[in-house]
Design a protein around this ligand. Sequence first.
Ligand SMILES: NC(=O)c1ccc[n+]([C@@H]2O[C@H](COP(=O)([O-])OP(=O)(O)OC[C@H]3O[C@@H](n4cnc5c(N)ncnc54)[C@H](O)[C@@H]3O)[C@@H](O)[C@H]2O)c1
Length: 252
Amino acid sequence: MIKVLLNGCNGKMGQVITNIIKNSPDLKIVCGFDINTVAKNDYPVMASLFEYSGDADVLIDFSHPSSLESILEYCVEQNIPAVISTTGLSSEQTNKIKNAAEKIPVFFSANMSLGVNLLIDLVKRAAKLLEGSFDIEIIEKHHNQKIDAPSGTALAIADALSESLSKPYEYVFDRHSARRKRKETEIGIHAMRGGTIVGEHSVIFAGQDEVIEIKHQALSKEIFAVGSVRAAKYLIGKKPGLYTMKDLVSSI
Ligand SMILES: NC(=O)c1ccc[n+]([C@@H]2O[C@H](COP(=O)([O-])OP(=O)(O)OC[C@H]3O[C@@H](n4cnc5c(N)ncnc54)[C@H](O)[C@@H]3O)[C@@H](O)[C@H]2O)c1
């Protein structure tokens, strides 16, 4: 039985994971953590990880960037692998994740869905082929409750595209602030917010008289929860290091 600590357990994703693990015979949530300790769960809920004195095999986090430092400190101290799914982290925080990954296994992905990771693979190949003659734009859409913009996934897609392109490309987030034509070497990144959209990411390659659009649409939050539970199982027994969906996908 894999003993799971769930950070952000009373949030939307925390509750989806709670339901998935309830129906998984090989996993059990031994304790949840949330600044909101009021909501009821069939496991204990604490406000701080440091209040927990039992043992655990892995921690799954879907919470808020403000929680990151304490998660890393606790997991390194207790030698517990961590699956970090929270988005909107600063570059300083992603460096802290890399440092922690020298001591414990850490799985970090801005998007835990298998489909989005396939999209990333496809757009990298498209960028190599189309570079120079097609303009690249990313459009992401999310529900009206999302705080960070653009999404961590849109940035991860842009970073993956950059890796495949032979020249440095500039990320352009706001065309409103400058009146000029787009440059060839830019990736436009646009965020739309509304309603209950779970998550959509489109990568558009716009060329002379033709447009290619590669799009992923998340229809429920469950895909991210399933991915993070899979990541938690994958981390058990791993050496310290930073693992991503790319590693998980290639291990299947
Ligand atoms: N990587 C992915 O695939 C993926 C998918 C969906 C959501 N997310 C990210 O996961 C995070 C949570 O998403 P959500 O939709 O469940 O949000 P949510 O706002 O519904 O839930 C967040 C929960 O975290 C709690 N929380 C806030 N600060 C905390 C702290 N310091 N310590 C402990 N708990 C704290 C809140 O009380 C809340 O219950 C967001 O950053 C979101 O962007 C990532």
